[in-house]
Write a protein that binds this ligand. Structure first.
Ligand code: 0A1
Ligand code: ZN
Length: 849
């Protein structure tokens, strides 16, 4: 079995569609098990195509009738769609199909969630609703008529006059089928208004289940802020009179940007102080913004084909990162974004699933909604902006919107606007889109006679299918510090284009400390011999806060690696420096909390693997606990003072400053719990009136063996709040002793609230177990087996989610022979499942190749 088989689709094979669509009318008779869909589509031959073959995608549809220009036709039907002889010139296609939304557990196409009808059409779900050219380069205006006795029936665009049980929607903006949406059900609606910069009123509505009305205010505020931001920063106005958001409980991803009718996983929209933690508020704000920003980068300008996915996703992630930076502070957001990039994308890029930001082939496109396409895609845009400068970036974006509005575009179109605006040749930069893997930049330096010479060497390791790599354009923001912490050189931009380059700086009065890759100016791994003294200077003096954070990470990693490799004692200098940062009132509490948290366990494993060593996740867990306890004992009084000083009074607010204060006090509590065994956490748990206080208190209690009663009490308190119960599932497997996690998970699998069909619940339990390194990598392989068993059960129900979850095994090559064999065996068992889905098959094949 190889990943390259007859079903593989290649970018190089792209062909323009044979027919274009001028208009689509859809009519739905909604029924939970037998929905009828009638379509009337105006086709015309594409002058830019030499083919006249008429093919419509369609899957799991029962065709009841088909007509061309009013005459009945009998198409040839296969599993993938239908073909038919058609007249020369334009013609009208009509069909009626029947589908069964209740049987749709894949959550792609039209499905039921809690009695409501809803759709998910990206990437290829529309073909499960009706026969159609389901490809993003076929754009058309849609009219939708819905017959249903449910109180609400929504689709894209503008609502037409209500006619009792018939509701009509018209979307004037041509769109590909993946942006189609339909929702119907009994909802509560929470509404607001926005007036665009040119004075057009927009109705904003959030549709939720009864009982969730009080959890919409935050999302509505975030939506209004996003609308205003896109006008102010990118000059983009909203283009319909209504913007609807619907919250659904069963959803494979975070949310979906359907034109005028965004559909959200309820976890990505519902928020209240009682049920939601600060991190959720931040995530909701970012996802609301992300989906809203897609209205221009994705909807008005879409992708020619799915290989261009990063065109809309990389740009939209970059835009949501800019928005969050403006809302919550650029430095802390950058630190969080980079931590997420390294945690997910670097991990992906260094293993068997590594692929370019613009992949060149796929079997199942749903497997390419990855951290590489999204987050690395955003990094490429950030680099481009840094290389051309802010003014040119703005001009290029204006040109992009003006030139390509209403089109389905490619990365070539995107880069051309930058070339046209700046005159720069971007052919070497373009390699970032086609070359997979994280470049490693190695640093050598030398100081003599007042001159500092810095030599940077870049190497990108081989990745699957790409043994040889070429040098990339790497922007390296650099500053120099003197050993006393004063600035020797303000930030400069060095641009690497060759395998090795040297840079000289003269007139210095002492050997400087390089502050490299400020703000994380490129998605690369910087390797430099560890120099603890220099990092200590950077931690307290670097004017670039990102590099202060980096210094802390490097010190933390060295301390832990020394404990693991040489059984060294916890590093007092590092602990002392962290405590100094923690209590430094000149620094933003949010920054202090991030900077002083110990490196994550997967990060330590990755650091060891990068040095060619084999990580032992159980030993890493023990070392992190030992270092935490040491740090806590060394600074107990300071931590207690810090904890109390950052308690907030007054009503809860999820603003950046309040979140920062709470994050710092949560860090202090977590450390203190290593000394007091959870006594202070118990007090916090008892008085907690918000989830941001309650959940970490419970985590600390459970981590120190004091959680049994509180865990039960928490369940009783929140048993009717499904998003809180997700947290309850996760917490138990992530905070119990690692060697008990499998037993805890087994018990929870039997809990009546566990539900394999609900993606949030599945991720809450199985995902949480698999993402807790010491629990997942127990030496006996029990967690690998439990996860594989659950994936085998999930594959028939929801192949997309199953395929996505196989990525928990992507680091298997990092580990020792025994663990490797156990992980391979678990994956092979999944691979051998009868009727394995195409989605999962592609993933296990790539993982095991
Ligand atoms: N385009 C959405 C994410 C999304 C992608 C695929 C989905 O189903 C397979 C659902 C949502 C976004 O970027 O937000
Ligand atoms: Zn997106």
């Amino acid at each position: 079995m190889t990943a390259e088989n007859s079903q593989t689709i290649y970018l190089k094979d792209y062909q323009a569609p044979a027919y274009l669509v001028d208009h689509v009318a859809l009519e739905f008779d909604l029924h939970p098990t037998a929905t009828r869909v009638r379509s009337t589509v105006k086709f015309r031959p594409n002058p830019n195509s030499s083919s006249s073959e008429f093919f419509l995608h369609g899957e799991n549809l029962t065709l009841l009738s088909a007509y061309i220009n009013g005459a009945a036709v009998t198409p040839v039907i296969t599993e993938a769609g239908l073909s038919c002889t058609v007249p020369d010139g334009p013609f009208i296609w009509q069909s009626e199909v029947e589908i069964n939304p209740s049987a749709n557990t894949e959550l792609s196409g039209l499905y039921m969630s809690n009695g409501m009808f809803c759709t998910q059409c990206e990437a290829e779900g529309f073909r499960r609703i009706t026969y159609y050219p389901d490809r993003p380069d076929v754009m058309a205006p849609f009219d939708v008529t819905i017959h249903s006795d449910l109180p609400y029936a929504l689709s894209n665009g503008e609502p037409m006059r209500d006619e009792g049980q018939t509701r009509r929607w018209q979307d004037p903006w041509p769109k590909p089928a993946y942006l189609f949406a339909l929702v119907a059900g009994e909802f509560q609606v929470v509404s607001d208004h926005f007036t665009t910069a040119s004075g057009k009123p927009v109705d904003l509505n959030i549709y939720v289940r009864d009982g969730d009305q009080d959890k919409c205010a935050f999302a509505l505020e975030a939506l209004k802020a996003s609308m205003a931001w896109d006008e102010r920063v990118y000059g983009r106005e909203y283009d319909l009179s209504v913007f609807n958001i619907v919250a659904v409980d069963d959803f494979n991803m975070g949310a979906m940007e359907n034109k005028g009718l965004n559909i959200f996983n309820s976890s990505a929209v519902l928020a209240s102080p009682e049920t939601t933690v600060d991190g959720n508020f931040e995530r909701i704000e970012a996802i609301i913004a992300h989906e809203y920003f897609h209205n221009w980068t994705g909807n008005r300008i879409t992708c020619r084909d799915w290989f261009q996915l990063c065109l809309k996703e990389g740009l939209t992630v970059f835009r949501d990162q800019q928005f969050s930076a403006d809302m919550r502070g650029a430095e802390v957001r950058r630190i969080e974004d980079v931590a997420a990039l390294r945690g997910r994308q670097f991990r992906e890029d260094s293993g068997p699933l590594a692929h370019p930001v613009r992949p060149e082939s796929f079997v199942e496109i749903n497997n390419f909604y990855t951290a590489t396409v999204y987050e690395k895609g955003a990094e490429l845009i950030r680099m481009l902006k840094l290389l051309v400068g802010d003014a040119a970036y703005k001009k290029a974006l204006d040109l992009y919107f003006a030139r390509h509005d209403g089109q389905a575009c490619t990365i070539e179109d995107w880069l051309a606007v930058f070339t046209d605006v700046t005159g720069q040749d971007l052919s070497q930069f373009k390699l970032w889109y086609s070359q997979a893997g994280t470049p490693i930049v190695t640093v050598r330096d030398h100081f003599a006679d007042g001159t500092y010479e810095l030599t940077l060497t870049q190497v990108t390791p081989p990745t699957p299918g790409q043994p040889n790599k070429q040098p990339l354009v790497i922007p390296v923001a650099l500053g120099l510090l003197y050993p006393d912490g004063t600035e020797a050189l303000d930030t400069q931009l060095l641009v690497l284009t060759e395998a090795e380059q040297s840079f000289r700086f003269s007139g210095l009065h002492a050997a400087p400390i390089p502050s490299l890759l400020r703000g994380f100016s490129a998605p690369v791994i910087m390797q430099r011999e560890t120099r603890q003294a220099e990092h200590l200077v950077q931690l307290t003096h670097d004017p670039d806060l990102f590099n202060r954070f980096e210094a802390s990470r490097e010190l933390g990693k060295s301390a832990l690696l020394a404990m693991l490799q040489t059984e060294a004692a916890p590093d007092d200098a590092y602990c002392g420096a962290l405590l100094q940062v923690m209590i430094n009132e000149d620094l933003d509490p949010a920054f202090r909390a991030m900077c002083c948290a110990l490196p994550g366990q997967d990060e330590i494993a990755r650091a060891l693997a990068e040095q060619g060593q084999t990580p032992d996740p159980v030993a890493i867990d023990a070392a992190v606990h030992q270092l935490s306890e040491h740090l806590a004992r060394q600074g107990l009084e300071a931590l207690q003072a810090l904890y109390h000083a950052h308690q907030l009074t007054g009503p809860f607010s999820p603003d950046a400053a309040s979140c920062g204060a709470r994050a710092l006090s949560a860090l202090a509590l977590r450390l203190i719990s290593h000394v007091d065994g959870g006594a202070l956490a118990a007090k916090q748990f008892a008085r907690a009136d918000t989830m941001t206080l309650q959940l970490p208190a419970l985590g600390n209690l459970n981590r120190h063996g004091q959680g049994t009663e509180a865990v039960a009490q928490f369940y009783q308190q929140w048993r009717h709040e499904r998003l809180v119960i997700d947290k309850w599932f996760s917490l138990q497997v992530t905070t119990c002793p690692a060697n008990k996690a499998v037993a805890v998970a087994r018990d929870l699998l039997k809990h009546p609230d566990f539900n394999l069909k609900n993606p949030n619940r599945f991720r809450a339990l199985i995902g949480a177990l698999a993402m807790t390194p010491a629990a997942f990598h127990q030496a006996d392989g029990s967690a690998y087996n439990l996860v594989a068993d659950q994936l085998i059960a999930l594959d028939d129900i929801n192949p997309q989610l199953c395929a996505r979850m196989t990525t928990v095994f992507e680091t298997w090559r990092r580990y020792d022979g025994a663990r490797q064999a156990l992980m391979r065996a678990a994956l092979s068992r999944l691979a051998a499942k009868p009727n394995l889905s195409r989605d999962t098959k592609e993933m296990v094949t790539r993982l095991l190749d």
